[in-house]
Design a protein around this ligand. Structure first.
Ligand SMILES: *[C@@H]1O[C@H](CO)[C@@H](O)[C@H](O)[C@H]1NC(C)=O
Ligand SMILES: *[C@@H]1O[C@H](CO)[C@@H](O)[C@H](O)[C@H]1NC(C)=O
Ligand SMILES: *[C@@H]1O[C@H](CO)[C@@H](O)[C@H](O)[C@H]1NC(C)=O
Length: 363
């Protein structure tokens, strides 16, 4: 097992699988702590293990060496942050992941700040009960087997992944326990226009899916293009299980109480979040608390699927699904601190009613 996995460590989890993994990590870390100096040969082996694990390829030796430099640099910062967490001085942990070989500034630049369209066709939201649950996780509430998708590292397509994920969950509640995945790629290709991999927003996916021309959200297995990394040609696709969106609604920036009301009513809410920090980039577990000032401003759309209170850190949190796959965060999920000084409601939008599926070829 590479050293970076030990340095990263992971949270204690209730599941047997995790306990087993933890035990392996603990033994490995104990052994490592007895080991002598971390020399160049070991460092090179660590990077080779990383390259293999994440299927990395570099066009030139210079590019590989640069990636190796940032991998080593981040490995050090990761150990420092986790040492803070070990002492109880931080509420979250970080780990090596698919982004560890690039600079924070490069990561930030690949997720440019979203640009909102001038016109919105949103509907007035349905009134929901103002008495909210103390805590909820929509997925465990219904036993939904919903996983985080992976947008890759090259296309800033969280707008499409979040839109597809929110609709998948809304459609699955209450009893489609292992719902199909829906194709973010079809949204990137067919709705993303010229900014699909840069500054696009979820509203564009919802505008596309509410069109009267029969456009639907296509199951991943029915959409022929599955690159999940770049924008391709829109492939007109007919799918019996396609989902039509009737309307969507917005929540005013800063109105976290409204986010809570809808999530408490089992309606997933998409929010825009600034991912341009070392902590978010490498987040692996715990309650993430953003720094007061981030160095850059980027956009990543997350789906809020719950909220609660973490007894270990004594912090309230929002539970969100990201689209960095399951190699990031708590198997693709993140707990973000829930506090009035750092509202989660930014660009918040949610699908509110799904339409009847019409069998129609879309063009
Ligand atoms: C969850 O879905 C996957 C397929 O995506 C399946 O392999 C797994 O068994 C499911 N788990 C449960 C608990 O239903
Ligand atoms: C949905 O996608 C995830 C990640 O890509 C995968 O692990 C899971 O099996 C898929 N679920 C289904 C029902 O196909
Ligand atoms: C996506 O993959 C297909 C083959 O799997 C390829 O023909 C196509 O060019 C790829 N598209 C992009 C944008 O890379």
């Amino acid at each position: 097992m590479p050293l970076y996995k030990c340095l990263a460590n992971t949270r204690l989890s209730a599941s047997v699988y995790h306990n087993f993994t933890m035990l392996k990590l603990w033994i490995c870390c104990a052994l490592v702590s007895f080991a002598s100096a971390y020399n160049h040969g070991e460092a090179a082996a660590e990077f080779a293990a990383y390259v293999a694990e994440f299927g990395k390829t570099y066009p030139t030796t210079a590019a590989r060496n640069n990636a190796n430099y940032y991998f080593n640099y981040h490995t050090k910062l990761i150990a420092q942050q986790n040492a803070l967490a070990d002492r109880g001085a931080s509420s979250y942990r970080v780990a090596v992941n698919q982004f560890s070989d690039i600079r924070l500034i490069t990561f930030a630049a690949r997720l440019p700040q979203a640009v909102y369209p001038a016109v919105s066709y949103n509907s007035t939201p349905v009134e929901v009960d103002t008495t909210v649950a103390d805590e909820i996780d929509i997925l465990t509430e219904y036993g939904l087997n919903v996983t985080a998708q992976d947008q890759g590292t090259l296309c800033s397509a969280s707008w499409a992944f979040a839109a597809a994920k929110a609709i998948q969950i809304l459609n699955a509640v209450p009893n489609d326990l292992t719902p199909l995945n829906y194709s973010a790629q079809s949204l990137i290709d067919c709705a993303g226009m010229s900014t699909a991999c840069t500054t696009q927003v979820p509203q564009i996916a919802f505008d596309y899916l509410t069109q009267e021309t029969g456009t639907t959200l296509i199951p991943e297995e029915d959409y022929p293009e599955r690159n999940n990394s770049l924008q391709g040609m829109c492939v007109p696709t007919m799918a019996a299980a396609g989902i039509k969106l009737d309307t969507y609604s917005r929540i005013t920036d800063g109105d976290d109480a409204a986010v809570m009301r809808y999530v408490s009513s089992s309606i997933p809410v998409i929010v825009e979040y600034n991912p341009a920090t070392f902590g978010f980039m490498h987040y692996s577990s715990g309650v993430y608390v953003p720094p007061v000032r981030a160095r850059a401003s980027s956009s990543q759309f997350l789906v809020v699927v719950g909220y609660g209170h973490d007894t270990e850190s004594n912090l309230d949190y929002w539970l969100c699904i990201n689209s960095f796959g399951d190699t990031w965060g708590e198997e693709g999920f993140i707990k973000i601190v829930r506090s009035s000084t750092q509202p989660i409601a930014k660009g918040a939008i949610f699908p509110n009613s799904l339409g009847v599926v019409t069998m129609q070829l879309i063009f």
